[in-house]
Design a protein around this ligand. Sequence first.
Ligand code: ATP
Ligand code: MG
Length: 431
Amino acid sequence: MSKSPLAAVRGMNDIFPAESARWQRLEHAFREVLRLYGCGEIRLPIVEHSALFARAIGDVTDIVQKEMYTFADRNGDSLTLRPEGTAGVVRALIEHSALRGQTPRLYYIGPMFRHERPQRGRYRQFHQLGVEFFGVAGAGADAEIIALSARLLAAAGVSARLQLNSLGTPASRAEYRALLLDFLRPKASALCGDCQERLERNPLRVLDCKVESCQELAASAPRLLDHLDAESAEHFSLLQDLLRGLGIEYEINPRLVRGLDYYHRTVFEWVAEGLGSQGTVLAGGRYDGLVAQLGGPETPAIGFATGMERLLALTESENKAPAGVELFVGALDETALASAMQKAETLRAQGLTVITGGPAPFKALLKQAQRSAAHYQVVVGADNLQGAEVLLKEQEGTGLWRGPWERIGEGLRSLGVDLPLAGPHTTRQSF
Ligand code: ATP
Ligand code: MG
């Protein structure tokens, strides 16, 4: 790959119209689903104080230890390009006192930044849709947000398997952590380098390490699920009842621990085939302690995030051309150009995609029309303004209309082009 200082940063992608059209369709489908669950969009800064992520995500996580884009701004403040969305959402809710007596359901869509090794489905700038429910402690919220995630994946046309686990409470997890360390310490030499290094800091991560020798060890390790506190166990069992009632299939993966520190009780992942170790397309969990940990009121919460690139990589990769240009109007001379531009505005007000070209000689206009890939083309000159008929032609077909320039709209209609708006002005909307 090019190392030119003027090339894009490694792991950060450009998205051109043929592809961005797919993004837009997916986002549109997602927003429709989100509406059905009462979720509103929150738009947040992409940069936050570094301390927020260290506090929220946890000092010992991979993200904070090795993946963040952190820099000093001109005032010397340490800032970080957001590696995930939850910390910012919680920060905003606390800052705007938006949690008192309220139970917001929020979503965000946008870029995240992590310094990882780029590969298919793993980039340094990638995009997530994230959803967070606040102020809801019961297993019902877990089931509802999982149902929402299932509906999003269905809307995206992605099939994936749901994996579930419970991490208990910080207290029950601490007890389990000690047990796990007792089990792992004597076998530490069998672990991969990464796991040896993080064994004391974050032994739970060994459980979901992808290296085979670690997986073998993890298979015989004590199970967190066998050491849950009574309330967490009850919560987990109710969640499973609710999911069965909803007809949502799941499998319990006792080694699912998730990379972030802030999870409590329920964690879940949807895993698809076909992306190798980038198979997790959507992941989340309950984080009842985070809001208070960041200085807000005690607020239970649950959320998830899904990677847009991974979803798009899994759905059929046929890049449908963007809607495209319907009409090219070429002008042979300056007088015709003025008329062409006015007519183009009228047609746009009726909902048609039009581009104009000229003044230029006939042949040059035909070339421009071709390059524009417009469905139809018409060329006008001064004599057409005086009554000579114009020729409206389909570029890749045989459609043809001959008639007076002022009646070009009728010509388009006669060729089957839909002019949905009454015109002549686009209706003013209020935003
Ligand atoms: P992974 O185990 O694949 O590194 P993660 O646990 O770091 O994922 P989360 O932080 O939970 O991922 O993010 C949720 C979702 O965001 C992932 O399931 C994935 O779809 C997407 N995602 C995470 N990191 C990347 C990345 N670097 N590039 C593209 N998508 C990503
Ligand atoms: Mg990761």
